[in-house]
Design a protein around this ligand. Structure first.
Ligand code: MIG
Length: 814
């Protein structure tokens, strides 16, 4: 075979098969092999296969703006099996053309042109304007590693001037990944910092933007993988994995927001969670015994700090045996959970993958009998230690084993447990960090080693957990949290960012990680509020709570070794502010629930970094703190000690300061007041933000009136509200309400709001309280479907309030 030898530089030639990894590939003196010249082509379904002398390239047209690439060395393609792609994803029927040009082939869709050179099979993708979006540099090539025992397949791409890179899951460091190399190999990284890499999750999807166009690359490969964004060579971005064929998807935006949306459709949208899961969660390692848990619940209620969920960490178990209770600490779990439920608390318990090797322990015995545990290459059972001591570990890549794992939840669900928290599923072990590489997996009928299964282990555990709960929950909705994950995890679980620490730097990092996860299809994410390790002072805790109110998963958690982190453990001035902000979470819950519904139906991310919102405004490219929750709320956390104001950037548009109703023109940086009891928060002009009364937990009482905050528009602005029972499955049979509002300024400068409604759910409230923001005093008329309501309106501060019928079609304000 013909090969090209790259320049030799000193370097790492690679190491053994047993797990040590090969870090650097580009220009490291390793021989590189290329596809060679074009030989022939064929069509298969919606794919074109172009055969080169030494490798073949298969390009599948998934959609007008999504192309899938596979490279098969020596014309050999592996079984095209994926855990990431949503089995329910149906590629839309698209029109395309395949043409032969002089020096290349071109695939044309309504949006893209993809050229494949006959000389080298290298690829170039443009849009219809001819803007090159994505182009091979050296192009696809591979290396054979004699020590490693395998082939490493690599893509190198031209890095455009000023190109920016985002996404890639829960990575640390700056939001823009430019100039860094990242590794995906899920790792239990206790106390991680800004430079730690890899971390817990493995989401091989990134977004790139240059020349005002955005695109995404999803390398669907579960081996240890690498992404280099101009670190080794500043004119090149590249990605490769330690095994598996090169398979990746190219997704065109041009808006980054749409790249994430399309990626999420491909890898799956989540189900709606139970509404309470969007409330406030309190956790600690660990709350026990029962009396402590009961006391905790009482404290929340007597101090009137809203809370929906209490988490039980590993100490609730009997000697860390999964699916058991320590009956000394929790003599009557069923009764305790039922009593908590009476008081509005849901209980979540942790479950780890390690099953204690212990004769007579039911789960161990079943696992042995059912052949569910992972084995070493030569047939012995894998043994490794975690909390319970020496353990075996289920092979979650085996369908039968996932099913068995699901059945184990029957007991917990019958005990009343409402949700499950999966930890240690990188998988983590005490001896070597993770499993040895020779461990075998079923991989749903594609037997493989740990090298291939590692990065997907956590996701499959979460899937088994979620499906198991659902089986026993009847008509209720399952809720799962996982620490490790592969692409597509959002179909089954929410995530948290693991063992962070109590510092201002980490508050910032938590915000970046949550935005990044959102961009990577995983919106249902949160951090351990206040930091898992260490003790935040009252100010840091307060600022973290203020930020986390706007993150989709909202949980305080703490290692327990470093002081207490219940809201009332801080000085009274902080307790009062923290309470107000947790209350705020509950007030805006109808908005957050709607944003979740939008995510779950369209794939649009819940958190949107500023550069996603305003992707062509260069001012937003390096901003990493400001973010939007949904389309209409803009937040900028306070991440500096003793700050009482901060600078932030308002993207294009007109914005209302939430606290003062002051109007601000966007596309400029402003200084915002931020005394300890305020977080910079802006509302998009024209939006309609629903608010419910403060409650101590979701469903505490019947809501009689829903507040609608109308912010005066400058351009036509659409808002939505989605409602259903908040749990159960009836929404799938039409028991929901989806309201759409269009707010506009009419030609004669009146303000008109139209409401339309779809669905059959009967809301509990009987009317709205309309609050009109941005009016200059009392208007002369408020006509609701022709009826004049001005006499009933009152002004409260600068806001004009009036009761509105819930079924109005049109409001006209003059
Ligand atoms: O080895 O279950 O990230 O949230 O409290 C530590 C105990 C295991 C790590 C998790 C953390 C949890 C802790 N776990």
């Amino acid at each position: 075979m013909e090969g090209t030898t790259a320049e030799t530089t000193s370097g790492n030639e690679g190491q053994d098969f047993s797990g040590n990894y090969i870090e650097n590939f580009q220009n490291k003196g390793v021989e590189e092999f290329f596809a060679g010249k074009y030989v022939s082509w064929e069509k298969k379904g919606h794919a074109f296969i172009i055969h080169g002398q030494h490798a073949s390239l298969e390009i599948t047209i998934i959609d007008q703006d999504i192309l899938k690439f596979r490279h098969g060395n020596d014309g050999y393609f592996e079984d095209d099996f994926s855990y990431a792609i949503d089995p329910n994803y149906e590629p839309p029927l698209t029109e395309y053309k395949f043409e032969e040009l002089k020096a290349s082939f071109v695939i044309k869709t309504a949006i893209l042109r993809c050229y494949v050179s006959k000389e080298s099979l290298s690829v170039k993708i443009t849009n219809l304007d001819g803007t090159v979006i994505h182009q091979d540099e050296k192009g696809y090539h591979w290396q054979e590693h004699k020590y490693h025992g395998g082939t490493i397949n690599i893509c190198t791409k031209v890095l455009h001037k000023g190109e920016k890179f985002y996404g890639l899951g829960d990575k640390t460091g700056k939001l823009n990944l430019i100039g860094t190399k990242r590794q995906l190999w899920g790792t239990d990284c206790y106390g991680y910092g800004n430079d730690t890499d890899p971390v817990y999750k493995n989401i091989p999807f990134y977004l790139g933007q240059h020349s005002q166009v955005g695109y995404g690359i999803f390398m669907d490969n579960t081996f240890r993988s690498y992404f280099d964004f101009g670190k080794e060579r500043d004119s090149v971005s590249s990605f490769w994995a330690q095994g598996g064929e090169m398979r990746y998807y190219f997704i065109y935006g041009p808006k980054l927001l749409d790249v994430t949306r399309k990626y999420t459709q491909l890898t799956g949208k989540p189900q709606l969670p139970p509404k309470w899961a969007l409330g406030y969660h309190q956790s600690k390692w660990s709350y026990y015994p029962e009396s402590v848990v009961r006391k905790l619940a009482e404290e929340f209620r007597s101090r009137k700090i809203p809370c929906d969920v209490i988490h039980l960490d590993i100490d609730y178990m009997d000697g860390f045996r999964c699916f058991t209770w320590d009956k000394k600490k929790f003599p009557k779990p069923h009764k305790m959970i039922a009593d908590l439920k009476q008081d509005g608390f849901k209980t979540i318990v942790i479950i780890d993958p390690g099953i204690k090797i212990d004769k007579g322990y039911k789960v161990y015995e079943q696992g042995r009998k059912g052949d569910h545990f992972c084995k070493r290459m030569d047939g012995a059972l894998l043994k490794a230690s975690v909390w319970p001591g020496p353990c075996h570990f289920p092979d979650f890549t085996k369908k039968r084993t996932r099913k068995w794992w699901g059945t184990l939840y029957e007991g917990l669900v019958n005990d009343g447990v409402d949700g499950v928290w999966n930890d240690m599923n990188e998988p983590a072990t005490f001896e070597d960090g993770t499993f040895p590489n020779d461990v075998r997996f079923d991989y749903d009928g594609h037997p493989c080693s740990h090298r291939k299964a590692h990065n997907v282990y956590g996701s499959l555990m979460a899937q088994a957990t979620c499906e198991g709960q659902q089986r026993y929950l009847d008509n209720k909705r399952a809720f799962t949290i996982t620490r490790s994950a592969y692409a597509g995890v959002q179909r089954y679980a929410s995530v948290w960012t693991g063992d962070n620490s109590a510092s201002w730097e980490q508050l910032k990092l938590a915000n970046i990680q949550c935005q990044r996860l959102s961009a990577s299809g995983v919106s249902f994410a949160g951090s351990d509020v206040g930091g898992f390790i260490g003790s935040p002072n009252g100010e840091l805790f307060t600022r973290w709570i203020q930020m986390a109110v706007f993150h989709p998963f909202f949980r305080t958690h703490s290692s327990g070794d470093h002081g207490d982190k219940e809201p009332w453990k801080f000085d009274q001035q902080y307790v009062d502010i923290v309470r107000t902000f947790i209350e705020m979470r509950y007030r805006i819950l109808p908005y957050i629930y709607t944003v979740f519904w939008q995510y779950s139906t369209t794939g649009l991310p819940m958190l949107r970094s500023l550069h996603m919102e305003a992707h062509i405004d260069p001012e937003t490219f390096y901003r990493e703190e400001e973010f939007l929750l949904g389309e209409h709320l803009l937040i900028c956390p306070i991440s500096e000690e003793k700050a009482t104001s901060r600078l932030m950037y308002l993207p294009k548009g007109v914005w209302y300061n939430y606290w003062t109703d002051q109007l601000e023109e966007g596309q400029r940086e402003i200084k915002v007041d931020a005394p300890l009891n305020q977080i910079p928060l802006f509302v998009r002009a024209g939006s309609i933000i629903p608010e419910q009364p403060v409650m101590q937990y979701v469903g505490e009482f019947v809501i009689e009136e829903l507040t609608l905050n109308f912010y005066k528009p400058y351009i036509d602005t659409t808002s939505e509200i989605y409602e259903d029972r908040g749990d159960g499955m009836e929404h799938k049979d039409g028991q929901y309400l989806h309201k759409t509002y269009v707010s506009q300024q009419t030609d004669d400068l009146k303000w008109k709001v139209k409401q339309s409604c779809e669905g059959q759910y009967a809301t509990e409230y009987s009317n709205y309280l309309g609050k009109f923001h941005g009016l200059d005093g009392m208007p002369s008329s408020i006509l609701v479907d022709g009826q004049e309501l001005i006499l009933e309106a009152e002004s409260v501060g600068q806001v004009i309030q009036v009761k509105l019928p819930k079924n109005f079609n049109e409001i006209l304000i003059n």
